[in-house]
Design a binder for this molecule. Structure first.
Ligand SMILES: Nc1ncnc2c1ncn2[C@@H]1O[C@H](COP(=O)(O)OP(=O)(O)O)[C@@H](O)[C@H]1O
Ligand SMILES: O=C(CO)[C@@H](O)[C@H](O)COP(=O)(O)O
Length: 476
């Protein structure tokens, strides 16, 4: 009987026509079932994740199982998982989580980041060694925190994985050899974008001893099969997944407004920014993905709407009704501490409130402008590394805001194209699944529309100058 079921499942997998892509992001799991012939989405499902910056990884597995159950996989031939970067999933001898995963936006390891920088001889030494200067988001700093603050948990740990590695390993039936990919490995602090290899010495520096790490698979590798015989692709980090889906052209930077705000693009050589602003990541193809990430993006808009007691549409209406510059009211959007710039203890601040500008419209506008100014700083950091930025492509939940779409060109000082609402990370994972299944990268392109131009260059200058005064402590 059991063998008959296995045979039926295998038969299904052989006759299946679709591929599935997963985005296991900070706030939710999103699954797309995609037609591999043209990249069109045929079905999708979503399951929320628990709140907080430490999460039992089994909650992600339950969310994935729920979303896959909803979309159905009988006609799915291949799957790949992209996931939030950097999260530390520590497993014991039996493969069970030693503790809840510490996520990318957990800032408790900020002092450990500073210690590690000093121990290797400074920021430049890290940038040269792995392409990235550690901040609290980077996995190595979370390993150091665990070994320092929770020696018992550290003592039981045998393997460290990232969220997408762990989900991929579980999908494949927990084989002896887990896998990751270069895109996600490049955010650990112990895999070098420069050499394309692990740096076991840096993992040991962080944790005090060796730990098992996943093998780095090639971009189109079949890394295993699900119990039902579905081909599993290597997966990648969420930003690398979005880049794979979109394929930004020369001079185009992707600006993702999700829980994190990220600005990144594909690049032909590794970057090594000793200022620590630009993370020199790898992409999911064999190239590079210089990136800046902020801790404060779409949720800033949610807080603004909450303060004003309106829904997202009402918030957009208010923000669009105010004039550029919000009458001089400025939001420093570091609500949850900040990573770029590295200010883990920072908090948000509205500055410059007067009786003349104290309106609901200006409060909404200052909120959107402040969040966008944080991303504009990111664009500047990328260009300072020689990465050209002539047009921004907006994605992520926050890009669905009409106010963000309208204000972005003038605040960023760049033409902006808001891509059609889509789960681009999951679409990138589906592309990778199709690549692994068919042995060649699909030729699909995401639909592109016209971009909005900057209406007045002086707006960017004024809004950003006032913001910089607040950011750098010059405002009265
Ligand atoms: N129309 C909108 N206006 C403002 N924020 C929005 C809108 N739609 C979704 N969001 C916000 O986008 C975020 C989710 O975006 P998403 O890119 O899926 O995040 P993540 O990948 O980090 O889970 C949520 O904080 C949600 O409130
Ligand atoms: O830390 C980073 C990038 O370095 C974040 O971009 C995470 O990868 C989380 O992404 P979202 O869940 O916000 O999309």
């Amino acid at each position: 009987m059991a063998s008959t079921i296995v045979a039926i499942l295998r038969g299904m997998a052989r006759s299946a026509t679709y591929v599935a892509g997963v985005d296991s992001s900070t706030q939710a799991t999103k699954v797309l079932v995609v037609d591999p012939s043209d990249g069109s989405v045929v079905r999708e499902a979503r399951r929320a994740h628990p709140d907080g910056t430490e999460v039992d990884p089994r909650a992600w597995w339950d969310a994935l199982a729920g979303a896959l159950g909803e979309v159905g996989t009988d006609d799915v031939a291949a799957i790949a998982v992209a996931g939030q970067q950097h999260g530390m999933v520590l497993l014991d001898e039996a493969g069970e989580p030693v503790r809840d995963a510490l996520l990318w936006n957990d800032t408790r390891s900020a002092p450990d980041a500073r210690a590690l920088i000093e121990e290797l001889g400074g920021a430049e030494a890290w940038a040269e060694a792995v392409g990235t200067v550690p901040v609290a988001s980077i996995t190595a700093t979370k390993l150091r925190w665990t070994s320092r603050a929770e020696p018992e948990n550290a003592g039981r740990a045998r393997t460290v994985m990232l969220p997408h590695d762990w989900l991929t390993w579980r999908l494949c039936g927990m084989p002896d050899e887990p896998v990751t990919d270069r895109g996600d490995a490049s955010g650990t602090g112990y895999w070098s974008t420069v050499t394309g290899e692990y740096r076991p010495d840096l993992l040991e520096l962080a944790f005090g001893r060796a730990l098992g790490v996943p093998r780095v698979a090639g971009p189109d590798e079949v890394v295993g099969h699900t119990e039902g015989g579905i081909v599993v692709g290597p997966g990648t980090g969420d930003n690398a997944g979005a880049a794979l889906a979109i394929g930004p052209g020369a001079g185009e930077v992707i600006v993702s407004i999700g829980t994190s705000g990220t600005v990144f693009t594909g690049y032909d050589r590794p970057t090594a920014d000793a200022s620590g602003l630009v993370a020199g990541f790898a992409d999911a193809r064999g190239g590079y993905l210089p990136l800046i990430a902020t801790l404060n993006a779409a949720r800033v808009l949610g807080v603004g709407a909450g303060l004003l007691g309106v829904d997202p549409e009402g918030f957009d209406e208010l923000a669009r009704a105010a004039s550029p510059g919000a009458g001089g009211l400025v939001l420093l959007p570091y609500l949850d501490g900040e990573r770029t710039p590295d200010r883990p203890q920072a908090q948000g601040r509205y500055v410059g409130l007067t009786t003349a500008n104290g309106t609901r419209e200006n409060l909404a506008r200052a909120t959107v402008e402040g969040m966008l100014c944080g991303l504009a700083d990111g664009v500047d950091a990328l260009t300072a590394q020689g990465v050209p930025a002539r047009r921004a492509l907006l994605i992520g939940g926050g890009s669905r805001s009409a106010a963000v779409a309208e204000l972005a060109p003038d605040v960023l000082g760049l033409p902006v194209e808001v891509l059609a609402p889509q789960e681009y990370v999951a679409l990138g994972a589906a592309r990778q699944a199709a690549w692994a299944l068919q042995g060649e990268e699909p030729s699909w392109r995401v639909p592109r529309e016209t971009s909005r131009d900057v209406t007045d260059a002086s707006i960017s200058e004024e809004v950003r100058a006032r913001y910089a005064d607040v950011r750098d402590g010059r405002a009265p």
